[in-house]
Design a protein around this ligand. Structure first.
Ligand SMILES: Nc1ncnc2c1ncn2[C@@H]1O[C@H](COP(=O)(O)OP(=O)(O)O)[C@@H](O)[C@H]1O
Ligand SMILES: [Mg+2]
Length: 295
């Protein structure tokens, strides 16, 4: 196995942030370099070792979707081709090629736009308690991982590194973002989820839910940002084995989560994942990427 790239080091560029997965550099006052490392996080904790090649696969998947979107929705991607990037970036091609996107620098909106088409994760937990997901009432008798009557928009506030995101009612999102931006975020998120779900289904992937982030550009336009529709930002389930009433096998981090639960992970202290978990996870990312992008 190749080595995992856990951190990039580009001293001629200003490092603005290291997120759970990405290193973000300033390129100029209107552009950022958005680099996916091989770090993996689960339950919002970054693991000690990475998944070699995961950053490139995530970038390939996001790039695929941005190109699939074309001009239909304003988004932040400028290019993912290292040869089209400025020389200040190209000098680090060894580290960056294949895992980086040059993006428009945006003011990120402080709300995560989550869309759920199926009853899983925290949605299922809340439904079992009181029959609702994020205060939205649902029909009785739904099973774990059942399809919801309609996709639900369930925004959350973006947590600082190390803490967990918090679900908020859509009215609260309107107060935070203002009516116009909130309306655009909700409408675009639901539309994109529906369209992507239909596409993914044709590729044997059930897109159970996903999370988008938006920002505002210099002209005040609500613009799609971050990674989109990847196994890190979504639940991908294999369509052919879909069977509600239980947890689903998945292309996403559920595999890592299951391992962590099996060792009674405290959800705070980073651990080293065993090679078997790393290899199986990488294989899942690769398969998700192949299914979506190969013609
Ligand atoms: N176009 C953009 N301009 C500015 N910030 C962005 C842009 N796109 C994404 N971001 C921010 O970059 C970070 C992505 O890094 P990541 O490792 O995924 O972070 P996180 O740990 O928050 O998931 C997020 O904080 C996201 O809000
Ligand atoms: Mg992220």
């Amino acid at each position: 196995m190749q080595n995992a790239l856990l951190e990039t080091c580009c001293p001629d560029l200003t490092l603005l942030a290291r997120g759970k997965v990405r290193d973000i550099y300033e390129v100029d006052d209107r552009h950022l370099l958005f680099v996916a490392t091989d770090r993996i996080s689960a339950f919002d904790v970054i693991m000690k070792n990475g998944i070699p090649g995961k950053g490139a696969l995530l970038t390939k998947i996001s790039l695929f979707w941005f190109q699939w979107l074309g001009e239909r929705i304003p988004h932040h991607l400028v290019t993912a081709d290292i040869n089209e990037m400025p020389e200040t970036v190209r000098q680090y091609a060894d580290q960056l090629a294949g895992r980086s996107m040059l993006v428009k620098r945006l003011k990120i909106l402080p709300v995560e736009a989550i869309v759920r088409g199926y009853l899983a994760g925290s949605g299922w937990a809340s439904y079992q308690k009181n029959g609702t997901v994020c205060d939205l009432p649902l029909p009785a008798g739904l099973r774990q991982c059942d399809e919801l009557p309609e996709p639900l928009y369930t925004p959350s506030t973006k947590a600082e590194l190390g803490s967990h995101d918090m679900n908020i009612p859509p009215e609260r999102a309107r107060e935070i973002l203002g009516a116009d931006a909130a309306e655009a975020v909700e409408r675009i998120s639901l539309q994109l989820y529906r369209e992507a779900r239909a596409y993914a289904a044709g590729r044997g992937i059930l897109l159970a839910d996903t999370k988008f982030e938006f920002g505002v550009d210099g002209q005040g336009r609500v613009t799609l940002a971050d990674e989109i529709l990847t196994p890190d930002s979504s639940r991908f389930w294999p369509l052919d084995s879909y069977a509600p009433g239980q947890d689903q096998p998945s292309f996403d981090k559920q595999f890592v989560r299951n391992y962590l639960e099996s060792i009674q992970f405290d959800k705070q202290t980073p651990v080293t994942l065993p090679d078997t978990v790393i290899e199986a996870t990488l294989q899942r990312y690769q398969e998700a990427c192949d299914r979506l992008t190969q013609s």
